[in-house]
Design a protein around this ligand. Sequence first.
Ligand code: DGL
Length: 254
Amino acid sequence: MIGIFDSGSGGLSVYREIWKLLPREKYVYFSDNANCPYGEKSREFIVGRAEAITEQLLERGCDIVTVACNTATAAAISTLRARYDIPFIGMEPAVKPAALSTRSGVIGVLATAGTLKASKYLDTRDRYADGIKVVEHVGQGFVELVEKGILDGPVAEETVRRSVEPLVEAGADVIVLGCTHYPFLSSLIERVAGKGVSIIDPAPAAARHLLEVMKEKRLVREDGKPDASSPRDADIRLFSSGDGAALNGIFSLL
Ligand code: DGL
């Protein structure tokens, strides 16, 4: 059984990609929305939450966990890997594919403050963006919009504009979505960024990596329900530490 967690509903953007590759699997999704957003919280706090959530996922029978949150991956994945004897799949901001595809030599990264200051991100940036200008911006207010289910309209557009325009003005022709909530705003981000700017969501790559690890560890289910025809009719149980309505709202859009 695959466990997936995030500070809120954002990780459903990763679940959606995983389900495309593994429609017969069983899933448990945990939204820590009582503590959302994680973006400005301390590393210690996030590690504590990641451990408590992992315990719950293990109790529910998960044998592999996707940390469907860039902020929690940056803060906690090494602690989780050291402490628990199951595989963990994390999120990586897609700096490498962005650096390979830019023509202007400028890439934009949208992520939380926690991700942008973490050594995991800084190491990736230094390794793959050599000779490329990287412009970073926190998607200020994006997580809150997604948690409220506001994915379009004037308020959402203004919020998105404030963080995306500085990247475009700096010459970015590729923008990396370094937070799993942001793909739910991708149509708006694309519209604000305009033609000629491509948007990279790292979720499909994370899903492919999960599949590889599951094959290697022989965790892929051969039996079970016939293939689910949509992510909503897959064998998935949703849990949250706070209000379940927010999670169900985004789930119903998948
Ligand atoms: N979805 C998360 C991420 O990928 C966390 C956002 C937040 O809670 O601030 O970073």
